[in-house]
Design a protein around this ligand. Structure first.
Ligand code: AMP
Ligand code: GLY
Length: 396
């Protein structure tokens, strides 16, 4: 049973559906893309009781939780307490994403390279709200005026905030699966966070991604020096992390530094990792959930994958663009591209918009540049009123 309704969950479900051990695939609540091959149930991802009762009813052997909200709220604990294997961390372990100050404390204890914490907010610096903020609680300040604005805006999130050194460089997302003790490198991707071409405009959840990142090497060694110590430290504190640990890295002139950890798969990074995965996703996630990754291996193909997010006209200011008909999905799929649904619904038999990031269009090819060409060729076939997407995804 997959929990969530975005393109990330569609990509996970799509890959799980190819696993030999799969007998039935369910989703809560899922989306019209997942409904093409799995059963979707109208249960919200943060409704722990509803998820438990659904999991019991369908006899779920494994629950895979996609988004961070339910994890931070303790959905995995509720299921696990009732004997259901879950891929996804406990609320305590998910604090590595849910609280910036907790994350800093763990990263410091684990001896990781991180941005220095500053005692006063003076430009250049970064001001961050402490809790979950869907990527909107971080203010990168180059000037004194930006610092003033950030200090004003961050209070809107309530609670605490942290101030840290501003790091410069390229960002990379680095993933590892973990059973609470062992870690298994699971690839790297680069995400395009800003809404506009050339990295302009406000931050979003992510407007596209590619994988592998050809210039980024030594990922296995980095997982050993970054993910493993965090997994060890969380286990030492009595909250072992089961699931996927996602490190947001800044590759600075002094080497990689950790910006943040997420307690889940990336969106849209998952839409480029899943098509590259060789082997059985279900076996891997189940092995994590039951605490025994020994003997498992994860291989990603040498092929490249590129995904382009088609977003609503008012995204990221709004994420509620509903009811506009979408044309051309089948034509795009006929090119061999994968069209993952992020925010769609079905109305009178037609697929319509229903969200902010509406679709993720993914293509694979031997090189990043060929995969990009194929992805954009498929994007060109899809249309809805007001569609907005970046034209420079994976132009690196
Ligand atoms: P976070 O939620 O901590 O990953 O921050 C979101 C985004 O803010 C990151 O992906 C970076 O683009 C940016 N960011 C966060 N921390 C820093 C930092 N110390 N220096 C520069 N940029 C940062
Ligand atoms: N794409 C970044 C994230 O999932 O947080």
């Amino acid at each position: 049973m997959v929990v969530g309704s975005g393109a990330r969950e569609h990509a996970l479900a799509w890959r799980l559906a190819q696993s030999h051990g799969l007998t039935e695939l369910h989703a809560a609540p899922g989306n019209p893309g997942i409904a093409a091959f799995g059963r979707c149930h109208p249960v919200r991802p943060d409704d722990a009781e509803g998820l438990l009762s659904l999991a019991v009813t369908i006899g779920a052997d494994l629950v895979v939780v996609g988004p961070e909200g339910p994890l931070v709220a303790g959905v995995a604990d509720e299921l696990r307490k009732n004997g259901i294997p879950v891929f996804g961390p406990s609320a305590d372990a998910a604090r590595i994403e849910g609280s910036k100050s907790f994350a800093k404390d763990v990263m410091r204890a684990a001896g990781l390279p991180i941005a220095e914490t500053l005692s006063v907010a003076r430009a250049p610096c970064v001001v961050k709200a402490d809790g979950l903020a869907s990527g909107k609680g971080v203010f990168v300040c180059h000037t004194a005026k930006q610092v003033d604005e950030a200090l004003r805006d961050v209070t809107a999130f309530g609670g605490d905030f942290v101030v840290e050194e501003l790091l410069e460089g390229e960002e990379v997302s680095l993933f590892a699966l973990t059973d609470g003790r062992r870690v298994l490198p699971f690839g790297a991707a680069q995400d395009f966070k800003r809404i506009g071409d050339g990295d302009t405009g406000p931050n979003t959840g992510g407007m596209g991604a590619y994988s592998p990142v050809p210039w980024f090497e030594g990922t296995d060694e980095l997982v050993a020096s970054i993910h493993q110590p965090v997994v060890d430290e969380l286990a030492r504190r009595g909250s072992p992390f089961i699931g996927v640990l996602f490190a947001g890295l800044m590759i600075t002139p002094d080497g990689p530094k950790v910006l943040e950890f997420n307690a889940r798969f990336g969106d849209p990074e998952t839409q480029v990792l899943m098509p590259r995965l060789e082997g059985d996703l279900l076996q891997l996630l189940f092995a994590c959930a039951v605490g025994d990754l020994s003997g498992s291996s994860a291989r990603l193909s040498d092929d490249a994958a590129v995904t382009v997010v088609l977003a609503a006209p008012d995204y990221p200011a709004r994420s509620d663009f509903a009811g506009t008909e979408i044309d051309g999905i089948a034509a795009a799929e006929a090119t061999g591209a994968l069209v993952f649904h992020g925010g769609t619904a079905v109305r009178n038999g037609a697929v319509v918009t229903n969200g902010g990031r509406i679709l993720s269009v993914t293509a694979t090819a031997p090189t990043v540049s060929d995969a990009r060409d194929r992805a954009y060729a498929a994007v060109d076939l899809i249309s809805f009123d007001g569609v907005q997407y970046r034209r420079d995804i994976a132009c690196v």
